[in-house]
Design a protein. Structure first.
Lengths: 364, 364
């Protein structure tokens, strides 16, 4: 086992917590145990992850009332109905307000478990063990929890922080390559939104990341979490700079909603969305055409789509983007780039240019 | 119109808010308008309240996108399913994160609307307009929001503060007398838990309160809110002294759960629960038998039950009390009284004495 492991501290005052990143961390029971305060634990996972890692996590919980609930897998199940299955289990097994919920799985499990923890008896402790690259670099940091509604993604939720995040890079070995790519979309996002040097490092190391080389993988996760943690610490409730983290997401959410949840992976939609944000930034005179192509080339090397589906119309985009959370009093706000590695939030752009971007690449 | 009106400021740092108490406040549009920040409002009310006050509130919202949703009435509908109807409406009408939810109704409407506001897009503004005495003196102060689960009351929720609370005592004129009594249970609670002088005032003024004399009603609401606000300000997240507010509630919740929600009103169950807490406090040597009778007499004068239903067994109590939120790691904690007007939280009591209290008054 490679001994490289790193710990990052997310600084949020009395809601601060550590992120442990390394290989084989799931075998280190003490790392998990030290963050459990009461005598009861509920591990929340899904049908795909349970056969792979549930037994290992349960083995770490010896001596506690350690229960588990196995949910159906997939974004389509990220609903209030599924969260209610967690409440059912907690109450059936008489978990009290000193219980700890452990999210074992990807972003969907993390979002639902965190939301359940935020709401169960008005708030209990929870721990994130993200098993996908996407959730490791993104949804395990920042305290955003919640579920989807048929009319919009993540419309119901809470800001709620975990006691700790445990990232075992071993779990990536079992990840389908399409999901690895989806995770890399969020890694690339950090380069594009605020760190041109990291972007260049990613361009150099993409083959190593695609083959899960250990040192590069830990480094990419650490750096992404570190950037996100800094942004979140500065703006926990998304009043200001945190909005930059939505680079690619407004376009991306529109793609996901139009296709129906689960057809495109979140990271794939964000990848396409970042290419569209780059294209609009070019039309506004901020990026060069070569910059746009550089973004698209890196997305392609990461196994990602570099544009929206051909059959998605500009009208379809506008309908979904209007209900997006980034709309403030009717004003559409987009994250764009002044240059690669320097993003900004803007509602003051030429609507005709946006229309050109939405029409770009559209079929016949 | 009687001109007496009072404003109380609940001090919670950046979550502080005012409580306006007076008669005819619903006709003062500016009082409501000044607390609405965005251009969208959703008034949440129920079938009973809508015909009485919805038009008046909507008239105050002229010029805004003012929508409403009318929910079924009653504690039986305080569920995740009903809260989801609020989300459906918000999304159908494209409310964004600058929207304000207004709770127009009793505690059930307030709890569900507050919870919906806490969760919609991870948190939007809300305003409470409580129309029952119970919600005016109790559930509109303290930030507790949430819904019931078939296995327990208020098991799912959030701590979330409103922008303001508007208490129009005119709305009490339309309240059934049984609900007025239920509200008086919570008023009496404040006397019992921490203010012997207020308890004596209540004993003197109970006839005036039962007939809704204006000055006494405003005074009772103001004093109750003031006591609760002080306790909540000292302990917003219920780590310490806030637990005193649960006087009568552990017994009371057991009664409500056993009977099925809605058969006994919450305040009625709390009334009976306070008599039981007094009885146990007497058995533990803290209250005299005369103290217990004084409590029961006041409850009776307020039109409240002064004991649990005769057919409820000690076993039934214990089953429900064990899943209560006040249970910490298997230890049952009860709010008891050292003397009238001086409550304490205790887990260190003789279980046999509790059993005696539970058996007391039981049928045959």
């Amino acid at each position: 086992m490679n001994a490289i492991s790193k710990t990052l501290h997310v600084d949020l005052g009395d809601r601060s917590y550590p992120i442990h990143i390394g290989s084989g961390l799931l075998s280190q029971a003490e790392l998990l145990r030290q963050h459990i305060k009461g005598q009861q634990v509920l591990v929340v996972t899904n049908e795909t992850i349970a056969p792979l890692y549930l037994a290992k996590v349960m083995a770490s919980l010896h001596g506690l009332q350690a229960d588990s609930v196995v949910l159906p897998d997939g974004e389509a199940h990220k609903t209030l109905y599924t969260v209610n299955l967690i409440f059912d289990r907690l109450l059936e097994l008489r978990h009290n307000r000193t219980t700890t919920l452990i999210a074992l799985g990807g972003g969907v499990i993390g979002d639902m478990t965190g939301f359940a923890a935020a709401c169960y008896q008005r708030g209990v402790n929870f721990i994130q063990i993200p098993t996908t690259l996407l959730s490791q670099v993104d949804s395990s940091v920042g305290g955003k929890t919640g579920v989807n509604h048929p009319r919009g993604k993540n419309m119901i939720g809470a800001f709620y922080q975990p006691q700790c995040v445990l990232i075992d890079t071993h779990t990536l070995a079992s990840l389908p390559s399409r999901e690895l790519s989806a995770g890399l979309a969020e890694v690339i996002k950090y380069g594009l939104l605020g760190d041109a040097e990291f972007l260049a490092w990613l361009e150099q190391n993409m083959p190593q990341l695609m083959s899960l080389e250990h040192a590069e993988t830990v480094q990419a996760i650490y750096h992404s979490c570190h950037m996100k943690a800094q942004i979140v610490a500065a703006d926990e409730r998304e009043q200001g700079c945190r909005a930059l983290l939505n680079l690619g997401h407004t376009f991306g959410h529109a793609i996901e909603t139009e296709q129906g949840y689960g057809k495109w992976l979140h990271g794939e939609a964000v990848g396409a969305g970042m290419a569209m944000a780059a294209d609009l930034s070019h039309r506004l005179g901020w990026l060069t055409r070569a910059d746009v192509e550089r973004v698209q080339h890196l997305l392609q090397r990461a196994g990602l789509p570099s544009w929206a589906p051909q059959d998605m119309t500009a009208d379809a985009f506008m309908i979904h983007m209007k209900v997006d959370k980034k709309v403030t009093d009717g004003q559409l706000r987009l994250v764009l780039m002044r240059s690669l590695g320097d993003a900004l939030v803007s509602s003051d752009f030429d609507a005709a240019k946006l229309q050109q971007t939405l029409l770009q690449g559209q079929a016949g």
